[in-house]
Structure formats: structure tokens, C-alpha cells
Design a protein around this ligand. Structure first.
Ligand code: PEP
Ligand code: MG
Length: 751
């Protein structure tokens, strides 16, 4: 039987669901669709209730409808129960004779011999069973089973989500809610920043908080004195928070709360509130009305800078109201919370860090996006789960965020928590071992490999040193720019860069010049909205377009590098012309510093990142121009394969093991080394154990990795011989299909 039609219809399930008035009617439509296609007299769906461990008939085409909701089976009871218990399809041609079959009188199923049950499950989570029955003696074929499995797998997702969605528009609202309340739920996402946290959820929906405040009636009347006290108290709190963040993150946190404080001290803003209060308006109402007025004005100008200001006002208003009413419930403390959000600004992430947030679940974004990188630097566990229903989870729901595996357990039961805590103890032991790294990394046949660290914020340095990196292979200078409210001055940059250089005590440091744009927008820069920011005015293009900013940065780097081994690296170079233009600016800065009394490094090595496919054809020529190279695999893969690295929906197409990626990397490494120049890899591929053997096999001797991965990578390198690695790389490269390479690498190919 050709199942193409059914498989096409399955992809329509989501629509079918949206148009249904209830879960029951949706399930009923499914049973009709499947039975029609599979030419069976009966198709039924049973749903499983985890708490009672009971399967209940929820929809059927072919059995007596009066039995819906009445037929129940225990897990493991009858063929249907066994199928769910053992999570496997059961296909029987003479069901009525089967000893495990359980027939229900009144359903009319005694006449059906042919039986197929397919479990509906997500991983090991049991959701229900899809059952097909037919009168004539006929065995369902493998392709029938496959088609039913596809239906079951789609149903699993929809039914899981349905419990949330349906509660919004069905008259079974309370019933569904209580179901949701009781049930634990496992959602699998992608790890963006490793770690774990057991805490309570906090859905970040500031708009909702603000809107509910707008609707609130403040019965108590407050005075102008109360208002002034609240303003003062809010300012004190903001200043304290600012101080605390700065202590921890000196390079990044400068003036994070500055715009809040500025708004708070703005005479217009506060003055208008005071006038309203003087005319008799209750202060909370006055705060809300004026704040709303400002937000409406800002909201109209559709750009990131302004959007962030709207959030600042929202945040500030909530703080003010909380301080005037002494209602601490209004303001959400992030402490220990697992925040669920659609999007978070980098500066917000820092604010959350200052309040010791427990973890983050983002419902959009990509694992190599810069928010993920920042979260890693801040040691905040973060998982990206493409599941919008997470935004409907009630606040204060218990959640276990396992950001080592990407698993999110909502309302985990005690067994899960116990198992998790046992694993944690083990993990702590292992991580102590992890710090027993050697200061030099060698392969099994004693070839030296240099492991450098990727640094995003100065707070990364202590771990980088603990794991004995041999220098910094990538300092992403943009992070201090991204999390601020304005461009840092040359002097501010100098202080940060000098701190990095001196703390690395004579080890080399590669400064990657400003790499903004794409998913690293500067909120304070008046970016024009671009259709495709990843290939827009970003990175080195931004620096060459904004020469003043670039010159300040280069001067700060040259001054900070005085007396040390200094390397400057340009990101996203697409042509030799561009490399020349950037290099010329460095030379001009050296010239102008010579005429000043400042001390500086006049002989930095000048290198470039390889992130764009256009470099491959010109690699021999580039190798003559640049002093060193580093392959930024995050962008290189993105542009080689045309896959947005920040879009989780296309994550399965983002294949580091794609033959073109592997072959191009080999070509690049060989060409650069033939010219006697140094080349490293600094994208996520070098922090991933799976790819190390290949990287060594194509001749790489220097890898720059995120510090938390360094011990693991060192161990992997210790177990590899170069000759084995070379043979392995040759074998991989001989294949022309990603699936074949994936198989050789032990990767589950997802496309
Ligand atoms: C890369 O693209 O691999 C890289 C290291 O740069 P970033 O991740 O900062 O874009
Ligand atoms: Mg990059």
C-alpha cells in the first residue's frame, strides 16, 4: 500500500488540530483519516494517564461510540497495554485467539482478527496507543507499521501540546488545567550553555506583568511623600545592583542600569508623574500612565535600541510600583529561577546574573548564537527548546533543567530528582578530576598540540587558567560592546584589554576585532533594520564603515599589548582588498601612536578568521598576506551550507560533518601550512570531542576551545595517534555523502 497520501495528510495534523474545537474531536478526525487510508474497519486512540497508569479509549472509528471514556486498560494489560508498556508495535493476524488479547463486550470488536497497536510516545514518555483492527485475515505490512509510527509520532507532539493549547479555548478548561498541573513533562531541547538547575519557572513576559498592573485597581491611596520615597529606594536598589555586577564583570557590566537611572532622574519623566499626583491622581496610577505614554512613543520607532528602552521603562515602572505598594510579588526576583523566554537581551542576561538566576530556557534561537556564548561565559545553564507552549507554563512550576543533555523536566517526580542528584554528585567528582589537566597537551604518539582558550568576558579567564590553557586563541572583543549602553571609550577598552593581557602572563593573546551585527546587535547603535542581518552590515564591514570606532579599538589593543606577544585578528574577511583595508588601519594607528607619548606594541601579528567560502579559492594568496589564520567553524558552516546558525528549525541542516565543509577545511589547512603560517580552529567544532580526530588528521596543531571543554578535549587528544587520525580523516574525506560520514563518526544523521 502506498502511504504517501497519509504521510502528506499527517503533516496537516497541526492545522487539523487548530481547527478542532476539542482534543476529542481532533482525535476523532484522526481516527477517521487513518482508518480511511489504511482501509481498516476500526481505528481507535487510547490516551494514557501517567498518574493513574491507565489507558482510556478517547476516540474511535468503527467501535461503539458509547464506550468512549469507559474502556480502560492498565499499563501492560491486553495487547494495547503491552504495546505501550514495552513501547513497541504489536501486529497480530488472529487477535481473537491471542492469549494476551482483552476483548471488551459492547464494543463490537469480537469480529476483528487483524490487529495492530502502535504506541504514541515521546522518547520514553508514554502518551497513548493507536490501534487498527480489520475483520479479514491479513497481516499489516512493514510499510503499514512505518506509516502508523509516523502518525503516532506526530500525534505525540500534538497531544502533549494540546493539553496546554486546548485549555485556552475549550470548555474543559479546568479539567485540562488540572491535567497539566498533575503531569510531569519532559521536553528535549538543545544545549546552549552547559550546567543544571533544579528550581522554579519564571516565564518572562514583562508585557503581561505591565498590562496586569495597568488593569489593577489600587484601593489604598498613597501620598507624594510615598512616591518620592519609592523613587529614592528604586534608585538605591539600581545603584546597588550596578555595583554588584561591576564587581563580578568589570569589562561587561559598565552602566548596565545606567539608562534606568537616567530615566529615573529625568525631570520630565518624574516631573509629569509628580504633576499628576499633585492634581489628585493616586501615585501608582500616575506612574503607570506616564510610563505607558513614554512606552507608546518609543514603541513606534521600530528599532532595537528603542525596543530595549521600552523594556527599561517597563522594568523601572514595575520596580517603582513594587516599592510604593511594598508588594514584592509584583517584581519577579530571578534568584534561583529558571527563566523561560522567547528572547533575552544580553544586558538583561547580565542583570539576571547579578540576581543569581538558576537557568534559562529559550523557545527560539540557536546554540551557537551569541546569547548562548554569553550564557556559557556567565556559567548560566541554558537550553533552547523549539516549543512555544513552554511560554504557557505557570510561574513557580518546579523544573529540572539538565543543560548537559538538553532535557527539561517540568514537575519532575521524585525519582527523576533523585537520579539527577546522584548524577550530580558523580559529575562534581568528575569535574574535580577535570581540573587535573596537564600544562602541555600531547597525542598518544607524543606530538604537541596547543590548546588555547576562547574568552568572551574577563570572567572566563580564571577557568581558562585553571584548565591550563596555553594562551587565548580568540578573545571576542564585542561582548563588552554588546552589553553596554554606549560605545566603550578607548581608555575603557584599554583597561579591559590590559587586564586580559597581564592576567595571561606572557602567553599569546589573539584579539579578534569587533564582530558586531548579525545576532550581535549593538542596542545603542542606530542600526537600520536589515532583511538579512547575518549577511548585512556586520563584522569587519561594520568596522570599516565606522572607522572611528575601529580606530579607537585598534589603538586600545596596541596600547594594551605593549611589551607582550600581541596578535590582532579580523573577523569575516571576504577578500584580500578587505584584509588590506583593515591592515592599513592598524598600520595607520601604529603611525599615529608613534607620534604620541603612549607606549604601545608596534609589531603585532596580523591575522584573519576564515569564515566565508570566498576565502577558499584565494587561500594561497591570503596565506602570503596574513600572519596567521583561525577557522571560525560556526560561521564557516553557516555560510558554506547556507544554514542560519541561530535558527533551531534548520538545525538538522547545520552539519559540521558535511563533506564540503571537511574537504574545504583540509584544503585550507594544507595551503596555509605550505606557506609556513600558523592556523587554528576556534569555532565550536574544536570544542566538540567528535571532531578532534578529524581536525588532528588534517594537520591542525592548534585548537582554541571554550575553557570548560578544555580538559575533555585534552583527554581525547591524549588517546589519538597522528597516523590514525590521518587515516581517519582520509577515510572521511573519501565519502561524498554526509550520511556516510555521519555513520563513520557515530553521529545520528538527522536529514
Ligand atoms: C565562528 O564563527 O566560528 C567564531 C568563532 O566566531 P563567532 O562564533 O564569534 O561568530
Ligand atoms: Mg564568527
Amino acid at each position: 500500500m502506498d502511504h504517501t497520501k497519509l504521510l502528506c495528510d499527517i503533516s496537516e495534523l497541526n492545522h487539523l488540530f487548530r481547527d478542532s474545537v476539542s482534543v476529542e474531536s481532533f482525535l476523532q478526525q484522526i481516527t477517521e483519516m487513518v482508518s480511511k487510508h489504511m482501509k481498516t474497519e476500526v481505528c481507535s486512540i487510547y490516551l494514557y494517564d501517567d498518574d493513574g497508569e491507565i489507558l482510556t479509549l478517547k476516540a474511535t472509528k468503527g467501535l461503539n461510540h458509547e464506550m468512549i471514556g469507559k474502556i480502560t486498560l492498565a499499563l501492560g494489560e491486553g495487547l494495547t497495554g503491552i504495546s505501550l508498556k514495552e513501547l513497541r508495535p504489536i501486529n497480530i493476524s488472529n487477535a481473537t485467539q491471542h492469549p494476551d488479547n482483552k476483548l471488551f463486550w459492547g464494543t463490537g470488536e469480537q469480529k476483528y482478527e487483524n490487529f495492530l497497536a502502535v504506541p504514541i510516545a515521546r522518547g520514553v514518555e508514554r502518551i497513548g496507543v493507536l490501534v487498527l483492527q480489520r475483520a479479514q485475515s491479513y497481516t499489516f505490512s512493514d510499510s503499514d507499521i512505518l506509516a502508523c509510527k509516523a502518525v503516532a509520532s506526530q500525534l505525540a507532539n500534538i497531544i502533549e501540546n494540546a493539553r496546554f493549547i486546548i485549555s485556552m479555548h475549550s470548555d474543559h478548561e479546568e479539567k485540562s488545567r488540572s491535567l497539566v498541573k498533575k503531569q510531569s513533562r519532559l521536553i528535549h531541547g538543545k544545549v546552549a550553555s552547559e550546567g543544571y538547575c533544579l528550581g522554579e519557572t519564571l516565564v518572562l513576559d514583562k508585557e503581561k506583568t505591565f498590562n496586569s498592573l495597568l488593569k489593577r485597581r489600587f484601593t489604598r491611596h498613597y501620598t507624594i511623600k510615598d512616591f518620592k520615597n519609592a523613587v529614592k529606594q528604586t534608585a538605591n536598589q539600581l545603584e546597588d545592583m550596578q555595583e554588584e555586577v561591576e564587581e563580578k564583570l568589570s569589562d561587561a557590566a559598565s552602566l548596565i542600569f545606567a539608562s534606568h537611572l537616567l530615566i529615573l532622574k529625568d525631570h520630565e519623566f518624574i516631573g509629569q508623574m509628580e504633576s499628576m499626583i499633585a492634581m489628585g491622581t493616586n501615585p501608582p496610577q500616575a506612574i503607570l500612565q506616564i510610563a505607558k505614554k513614554y512606552m507608546d512613543i518609543f514603541e513606534k520607532a521600530q528599532n532595537v535600541f528603542v525596543r530595549e528602552k521600552v523594556q527599561d521603562i517597563e522594568d523601572l515602572t514595575v520596580r517603582l510600583i513594587s516599592n510604593i505598594t511594598y508588594d514584592q510579588e509584583i517584581i519577579s526576583s530571578y534568584k534561583g529561577k529558571v527563566v523561560i523566554a522567547r528572547d533575552i537581551f544580553p544586558s538583561e542576561l547580565l542583570k539576571m546574573t547579578s540576581e543569581k538566576i538558576g537557568g534559562i530556557i529559550l523557545v527560539s534561537g540557536g546554540v551557537t548564537s551569541h546569547l548562548s556564548i554569553l550564557a556559557s561565559s556567565l556559567a548560566i545553564p541554558m537550553v533552547i527548546a523549539n516549543d512555544l507552549t513552554l511560554l504557557d507554563v505557570e510561574n513557580k512550576t518546579k523544573v529540572l533543567l539538565d543543560a548537559d543533555t538538553g532535557n527539561i523536566y517540568l514537575k519532575p517526580n521524585q525519582d527523576v530528582i533523585d537520579e539527577f542528584q546522584r548524577r550530580n554528585k558523580q559529575r562534581e567528582k568528575i569535574s574535580q578530576l577535570d581540573h587535573n589537566v596537564k600544562s602541555e597537551t600531547k597525542t598518544k604518539d607524543l606530538q604537541k598540540i596547543t590548546l588555547l582558550a576562547n574568552i568572551n568576558l574577563l570572567s572566563d579567564i580564571s577557568l581558562a587558567k585553571k584548565v591550563k590553557c596555553e594562551g587565548v586563541g580568540l578573545y571576542r572583543t564585542e561582548f563588552p560592546f554588546i552589553v553596554r549602553n554606549n560605545f566603550p571609550s578607548e581608555q575603557e577598552q584599554y583597561i579591559t584589554y590590559r587586564k586580559l593581557i597581564t592576567s595571561m602572563k606572557g602567553q599569546p593573546v589573539i584579539f579578534r576585532t569587533l564582530d558586531v551585527g548579525g545576532d550581535k546587535m549593538l542596542s545603542y547603535y542606530h542600526n537600520t533594520i536589515e532583511q538579512n542581518p547575518a549577511i548585512g552590515m556586520r563584522s569587519i564591514r561594520f568596522s570599516l564603515e565606522n572607522k572611528e570606532v575601529f580606530i579607537q579599538q585598534i589603538r586600545a589593543i596596541l596600547r594594551a599589548g605593549e611589551g607582550e606577544e600581541l596578535k590582532i585578528m579580523f573577523p569575516m574577511i571576504s577578500s584580500i582588498d578587505e584584509f588590506d583595508a583593515a591592515k592599513n588601519i592598524v598600520l595607520e594607528c601604529i603611525e599615529s601612536l608613534r607620534n604620541e607619548s603612549e607606549e604601545f606594541n608596534s609589531k603585532p601579528a596580523i591575522g584573519m578568521m576564515i569564515e566565508l567560502p570566498s576565502v577558499i579559492e584565494l587561500i594561497d594568496d591570503f596565506a602570503k598576506e596574513a600572519d596567521f589564520f583561525s577557522i571560525g567553524t560556526n560561521d564557516f558552516i553557516q555560510f558554506m551550507l547556507g544554514v542560519d546558525r541561530t535558527n533551531e528549525k534548520v538545525a538538522s541542516f547545520y552539519m559540521p560533518y558535511h563533506p564540503s565543509v571537511l574537504r574545504a577545511m583540509k584544503t585550507i589547512v594544507e595551503s596555509v601550512q605550505a606557506h609556513g603560517k600558523e592556523i587554528s580552529v576556534c569555532g565550536s567544532m574544536s570544542s566538540d570531542k567528535k571532531y578532534i580526530k578529524f581536525l588532528l588528521g588534517i594537520g591542525l596543531k592548534v585548537l582554541s576551545v571554550s575553557p570548560s571543554h578544555l580538559p575533555r578535549i585534552q583527554k581525547v587528544i591524549n588517546s589519538i595517534t597522528i597516523s590514525d587520525a590521518q587515516a581517519y580523516a582520509t577515510q572521511l574525506i573519501s565519502k561524498n555523502r554526509a550520511c556516510d560520514i555521519a555513520k563513520l563518526m557515530g553521529i545520528q544523521d538527522s536529514v
